[in-house]
Design a protein around this ligand. Structure first.
Ligand SMILES: Cc1cc2nc3c(=O)[nH]c(=O)nc-3n(C[C@H](O)[C@H](O)[C@H](O)COP(=O)(O)OP(=O)(O)OC[C@H]3O[C@@H](n4cnc5c(N)ncnc54)[C@H](O)[C@@H]3O)c2cc1C
Length: 560
């Protein structure tokens, strides 16, 4: 990195530090408004949703910018440096905008943003990093690198895994992805079987149970790399296959009896049976505490009665993790929920019915969707469906613990979803580069126009920042931290995937809107990412903003 770049990096660090100070002030002001007695009130927080949402987004943008710039060193490549600075000034400008909203909402002092907005160095940096000349240079570099951006230093095992899964994704997944999407097929055994052999279903299962995770800590980084690589080939037919076993594995590790762990974990690791997760109901999605599907005690087990919806892969799965209300007292909220494992035959189609000898019935119907095809997401109806006692996770001790066991898998699920978003972005960026190099408009290649290169630069900067943040947070998770940050990177990467796939489709012109272009699939697939594994609003308000406010209150002097 030359002296000029080093000076810009130093200026970026100073501006981001000033923004961090302003964000901390705004966070504390909102925390105080929402907690008159130093305890955060849910109703107060709801009254301030507009401000809380801005705060969560500002935190996500700022952390990503700090991470991107923080990773730069004297040996960083020109591409990495340009993209980190570009993301930092774009995200910094977005943070300034959000802080202005907070300033108005919370009556914060007018000088809050002056250390950034009034700083000539900040404006000079914006011109240097995101002016037209800088965008042009960054766009050229992104195209020359064929979208290979946000490279993260990895040890040998992780680097080898990334290479192997990227190769598999390009050679085996991608060629099948279009047909699965356009013909709404079920993920075929020609994908599932090699993935079983590569051990993907056992990535979160400890080695002692036949998986590949270390027995004493998580390997979220490996999960992120594998998920990203598979999602580049197909979000729905490959990249999302690991999410379900991870959630069930973590629930079993958190609360399963020894017998349940010994019985189920090796099977899950082998991908035989495949599994699905049934939490959402027609009337309850984000507010899990309100779930109503009833499990009633009968001799030898439980009978399930009620509906679930959006249960992805329920047809092909041989076991469903069902969150059910085992205590009829609705006032218990999430404390009345337990987990039951429902075994069923695997089906390939879009509808299925399972009838039990005693009259129990489980029906499933795939919901037609605009994208994310391959696993199919099912409406399920349980009518007196019997589940034996042995399938209550945790046995008697697991009664009322279903919510907590489910939450044990949520950090991993969110990390994976951030990684899924990165994989889709990578595919979209690389497709956009190829197309803009090939496509001639007004007598020259599309990529030769400055606006195209500016778009490629911003897409590359966003992807690089998201994947670097995902890997950094994964490392924190592996060290036993980073719970809130996992939500934060999920938030940012999923919205970023919408932005990047939108630009990639736009660069394809009319061809982008044709089903035959893979980029149209990336666009519709990306749209789901902000909905599941914590809908954007719920995640921003109830996880990110709430944690930030609690931290701010915890750190504030008590006399305040
Ligand atoms: C393709 C797909 C696959 C899925 N797979 C699964 C699966 O395998 N298993 C499973 O259990 N579920 C699955 N889901 C369901 C998913 O988790 C839910 O859709 C999600 O939790 C949101 O719930 P909901 O759809 O009921 O929306 P709602 O909870 O009704 O929310 C509607 C809107 O309101 C917002 N909102 C919610 N609460 C608040 C609030 N307090 N303040 C302000 N805004 C709020 C939400 O963010 C959202 O924008 C899947 C969904 C899709 C689309």
């Amino acid at each position: 990195m030359d002296d000029t770049m080093q000076a810009r990096v130093a200026a970026a660090r100073r501006s981001l530090a000033a923004l961090r100070a302003a964000l901390d002030d705004a966070t504390l002001a909102l925390a105080r408004r929402c907690s008159p007695q130093r305890r955060l009130g849910g109703k107060r927080l709801d009254d301030e949703q507009v401000a809380a949402f801005e705060l969560a987004w500002a935190a996500a943008d700022l952390l990503a910018a700090e991470t991107a710039v923080g990773l730069l060193g004297p040996a960083s490549s020109e591409l990495d440096t340009r993209l980190a600075l570009l993301f930092a000034v774009d995200a910094g400008a977005a943070v300034v905008g959000r802080l202005e909203t907070l300033q108005l909402e919370l009556d914060l002092p007018p000088g809050l943003l002056e250390p950034v907005r009034g700083d000539p160095a900040w404006n000079a940096l914006r011109q240097a990093a995101a002016g037209s000349a800088a965008l042009d240079a960054a766009g050229r570099a992104v195209a020359a690198a064929q979208g290979e951006v946000g490279v993260v230093a990895l040890d040998e095992p992780h680097a080898l895994a990334q290479d192997a899964f990227r190769r598999f994704s390009a050679e085996v997944v991608a060629p099948q992805a279009e047909a699965i999407h356009r013909e709404n097929l079920t993920v075929p055994e020609s994908l599932l079987q090699p993935l079983r052999e590569m051990g993907v279903f056992g990535l979160s299962v400890p080695e002692q149970y036949g998986g590949s995770a270390p027995d004493d800590h998580e390997d979220a980084l490996l999960m992120v790399l594998v998920t990203e690589a598979l999602s580049e080939g197909s979000l729905a037919a490959a990249g999302s296959l690991i999410t379900r076993p991870e959630i069930l594995t973590r629930a079993l590790l958190a609360g399963g009896t020894r017998e349940q762990q010994a019985h189920w974990l090796p099977k899950l690791a082998a991908g035989d049976p495949l599994c699905a997760i049934a939490i959402t109901e027609p009337d309850h999605g984000s507010d899990v505490a309100g779930l109503t599907l009833r499990a009633t005690r009968v001799p030898g087990g439980w009978k399930l009665q009620g509906a679930k919806t959006w249960c992805t892969f329920a047809g092909k799965a041989g076991v469903l993790m069902v969150v059910a209300r085992t205590d009829p007292d609705r006032s218990l909220g999430h404390r009345g929920l337990s987990l039951l494992l429902v075994e069923k035959p695997a089906f390939d189609g879009h509808d299925f019915v399972v009838r039990q000898d005693g009259g129990g019935l489980l029906g499933g119907r795939a919901i037609p969707t605009i994208g994310y095809r391959g696993m199919h997401s099912f409406d399920l109806s349980f009518e007196g469906f019997f589940v034996p006692d042995s399938h209550l996770v945790g046995g008697e001790a697991g009664l009322g613990q279903g919510f907590y066991y489910t939450m044990a898998g949520m950090v991993g699920g969110r990390m994976q979803t951030a990684a899924r978003a990165c994989g889709v972005m990578r595919a979209a960026l690389r497709a956009a580069i190829r197309y803009s190099e090939d496509r001639k408009v007004f007598g020259q290649a599309l990529v030769e126009f400055p606006l195209t290169r500016a778009k490629l630069a911003r897409m590359g900067a966003r992807l690089a920042a998201c994947r670097q943040l995902a890997c950094e947070v994964a490392r924190r998770v592996d060290g036993g931290e980073g719970r809130m940050e996992a939500s934060l990177v999920k938030l940012l990467a999923c919205r970023s995937a919408e932005m990047v796939t939108r630009e990639a489709l736009q660069l394809h012109g009319g061809m982008g809107y044709a089903e035959e272009s893979a980029v149209s699939r990336y666009f519709v697939d990306a749209r789901v990412l902000s909905i599941f594994e914590g809908a954007e609003e719920t995640l921003a308000l109830k996880v990110v903003a709430r944690s930030l406010l609690e931290r701010a209150l915890g750190a504030a002097p008590t006399a305040a």
